[in-house]
Design a protein around this ligand. Structure first.
Ligand code: NIG
Ligand code: FE
Length: 399
């Protein structure tokens, strides 16, 4: 017997669907949830009857955040490295090997406990979907177990064996690429949906990155790329060439990179019109924590590129699980309007994961909702650092 829940007396409902653009806002609204899905959305005055009713008293409600980029399977932290950066040291990615050592030494249960803690932390802050990458194991066994553990918490798991070349392969990177494309991929693929490469000076060059991503595609994994984080480079255009779902970071972009992303525009049948096949996922927590320039979101948006926001939660470059913090940074530092930032943190993240069941509150979507302790989504950027998430509903279940 099905049990329905009416979330009622919503002062401002962000649907990311039809309604007042760009967020598809409805006022004085209600959402009917049945069997974990949105069954009906409309005016409170015409809401259908339900088994249970949750009166939110005029609060704002929005889709749960979709954090499409996070590295949660690791051990230890790098607070000292953060302190050194704040005292002027640059971020180079060199600390990744520190986390690799700690991760290899950890037990499965220690890794699982860290993922559970961070996933719970994010959920309490309104994140109802979270992608999780491997990338701190970098052996066949450690990448496979990282993904196995990640898969206990999300269906969006990403194989990042090509995070950096580990110390034991430092003088033979070709051999490491062979491992990543061979036995490591074979062990990782059963637990992974996506493949990712850190295409950057000091990590993997464009030829290695192309080879690795092509191997992943050949076994059915979708493509994502860490691109143009530390300097200009070929990663973004490689991602577009391969039809990546997302290129992530995009801190240093040339006109050619923006043009390439814009050229991936396709007409969508949905109400939002054209969008880019390859999403640009911006990770302002990383720029904050590495004291780097923020990406130019406005330039991408003006070119018509689809933009997502995500946390990049990891112990090195961005140890935050707060999507609201990323929204606030994007508004204050990256030229995004509050509406664009909230869309990017919800529907944009869903696009970056090629999912149409999340990031929207329209009939048929998964019933992932966040009730704010505020009358409007605007408060997410307007009241930075304030715990505004009053209630999270995931799969129709109040958390
Ligand atoms: O997305 N850039 C590569 N990977 C992570 C950082 C990893 C780390 O420093 O531990 C990132 O920023
Ligand atoms: Fe990352």
């Amino acid at each position: 017997m099905s049990d329905s829940l009416l979330v009622d007396t919503i002062g401002e409902l962000v649907t990311n669907g039809p309604g007042t653009r760009p967020l598809g806002i409805l006022r004085d609204a209600a959402v009917l949830i049945e069997e974990g899905r949105v069954a009906w959305v409309g005016s409170s005055a015409t809401a259908p009857a339900a088994d249970r009713r949750l009166d939110v008293g005029g609060a704002a409600v929005l889709p749960g955040f979709v954090d499409s980029h996070a590295h949660l399977v690791f051990a230890g932290d790098r607070a000292d490295e953060f302190a050194a950066r704040m005292a002027g040291q640059p971020y180079t990615g060199g600390g990744i090997r520190t986390t690799v050592r700690a991760t290899r030494a950890a037990t499965d249960d220690e890794l699982r406990a860290t993922v559970r803690r961070l996933r719970g932390e994010a959920l309490r802050q309104g994140t109802t979907t979270m992608e999780i990458k491997s990338g701190y194991g970098l052996t066949v066994a450690d990448e496979a177990r990282s993904l196995r553990i990640a898969a206990e918490f999300t269906e969006d798991t990403t194989y990042l064996g090509a995070h950096v070349v580990p110390a034991e392969y430092a003088d033979r990177p070709d051999d490491y690429v062979g491992l990543v494309c061979g036995p490591m991929l074979a062990a990782a693929a059963p637990h992974a949906k996506w493949i990712d490469v850190f295409c950057e000076r000091g990590a993997f060059d464009v030829d290695h990155a192309r080879a690795i991503l092509a191997c992943g595609q050949a076994v059915g994994l979708g493509v994502r790329v860490h691109a143009n984080q530390l300097g200009p480079g070929p990663g973004v255009q490689l991602g577009v060439e391969l039809g990546a779902a997302s290129v992530d970071h995009c801190t240093y972009l040339s006109d050619g990179d923006v043009d390439a992303l814009a050229s991936s525009l396709v007409d969508s049948m949905c109400h939002e019109g054209p969008h880019s096949t390859t999403v640009a996922t911006l990770l302002p927590g990383a720029e904050f924590s590495t004291r780097s320039p923020y990406p130019h979101a406005r330039r991408l948006l003006d070119a018509g590129v689809t933009v997502a926001l995500a946390t990049d939660c990891n112990p090195g470059s961005s140890y935050t699980s707060s999507m609201a913090f990323c929204v606030a940074l994007a508004v204050r530092e990256m030229g995004m309007t509050p509406a664009e930032a909230v869309w990017a943190a919800t529907a944009g993240g869903a696009r970056a994961l090629r999912r149409d069941d999340i990031g929207v509150l329209t009939p048929g979507a998964r019933a992932d909702l966040v009730v704010l302790d505020a009358p409007s989504y605007l408060h997410l950027a307007y009241r930075p650092g304030v715990p505004l998430i009053r209630q999270v509903i995931r799969n129709g279940v109040p958390q």
